[in-house]
Design a protein around this ligand. Sequence first.
Ligand code: HPA
Length: 276
Amino acid sequence: MSAATELQRVEFAATWLRDRLSTDYLAGVRLALVLGSGLKSFAEVLKDPIEIPFGDVPDWPKPKVEGHGGSVVFGLVSGTRVACLTGRVHLYEGWQPAEAVRCVRTLRHLGIGKFLLTNAAGGIADGFAAGDLMVLTDHLNMTGQSPLIGAHEPAFGPRFPDQSNVYSEPLRRELASCGTSLKTGCYAGLLGPSYETPAEVRMLKTLGADAVGMSTVHEAMALNAMGAEVAGMSLITNLAAGISKQPLSHDEVIETGKHAAAAMTGVVGEFCRRLA
Ligand code: HPA
């Protein structure tokens, strides 16, 4: 027997979730959120939560990085029904791009139309400081990889998807107005797991990047191709290498994430309320 196709895996996971939660319940989900490093505490504010560990959903990959949770939590925020992925898997752990986007593709396949992708990132733009929130206007996919490579699967979008507006303008305007002094900018997604060298950060700045991280771009590409409305938000946990005079550490990223969680929770909570 040949191995399952990516579409079969997504359909299998979607059917399992539909059986568990019901079509009616899922039809009421207005937004799916992917919670990045140190940001998973947002899922704790959900009312009437239904938490399903990634390990329970057939064919979903299991996150391995400390600080990244591992469940999908459905529930209410200010009256809006949302689905939160309290973690993600990364290419630097050895996952393939199609595996890294399988959870979001499943949620899109279930009919969810709007997505907010969050991440921790290093600040590059002048004037950025640790603790800032940045609404993504666009991205640079610097991974050299794509979740769309392979035999064309029409259920995942066109063969040659347009990427002129990966981050929906109405959604990002709404998101940017949900807090005070939010930054906006372009996110560069790299493979990791090492942080960048100062020379790489200088290069990224020249290319137009305002922040740098190790996630998000493939999810945004896969969801855009599937016709979803996508918004993205980075928590600037540190200044990128060379801009920061100190060596970078994952612990710093997680700590800043925890401290800034309240600000992010406020902004995202307001964003959810407005989608009700
Ligand atoms: N570089 C890449 N990824 C990151 C950083 C960084 O400086 N900070 C948090 N995630």
